[in-house]
Design a protein around this ligand. Structure first.
Ligand code: FES
Ligand code: FES
Length: 160
């Protein structure tokens, strides 16, 4: 089968891969680039564990063809840290006990990042809506919602 060359930014670095037609972004990230932060859950767009940001917007990487990412910026949870410093969302998830098994966490973090990047002071309802496509089997969601609100507040405090 012929392969297609795709180039995009991955967590700030330029990458180039050859993909088979129909290969999704999730498989490309995990198997070709070695970024296993986005998880494979349902594979059909219903669980959210594969959520990544493409040009700052949340997308389900299991439903995104890798070829469509040509020239775009793809962010995953592996790109959240700044050197040794955790992202405020990662700190808040730790402090609020928002991760138990952790399987949903990379997708939750990216959905939350998309929200607080465009809306630095979200309401509780806006947080609930932003993560509504991401299923968590462990936490009951309250610690996650609290963590997103805490991260937004912490970022706001740092900017003030
Ligand atoms: S693996 Fe993509 S939505 Fe479930
Ligand atoms: S922490 Fe286990 S699924 Fe969310």
């Amino acid at each position: 089968m012929s392969k297609t060359a795709v180039q995009f930014r991955h967590n700030g670095n330029d990458v180039a891969v050859f993909v088979d037609g129909g290969t999704n972004l999730l498989t490309t990230l995990r198997d070709s680039i070695g970024d296993t932060a986005p998880k494979y859950g349902c594979g059909q767009g219903t669980c959210g564990v594969c959520t990544v940001l493409i040009d700052g917007e949340p997308h389900l990487s299991c439903l995104t063809l890798a070829e469509t990412c040509q020239g775009l910026a793809v962010e995953t949870a592996n790109g959240l840290k700044n050197g040794p410093a955790l992202h405020p969302l990662q700190v808040a998830f730790m402090e609020q006990f928002a991760a138990q098994c952790g399987f949903c966490t990379p997708g939750m973090l990216m959905a939350a990042k998309a929200l607080i990047d465009r809306n630095p002071s979200p309401t509780r309802e806006q947080v609930v809506e932003a993560i509504s496509g991401n299923i968590c089997r462990c936490t009951g969601y309250e610690p996650i919602i609290n963590a997103v609100l805490a991260a937004a507040a912490a970022r706001g405090a740092r900017r003030a």
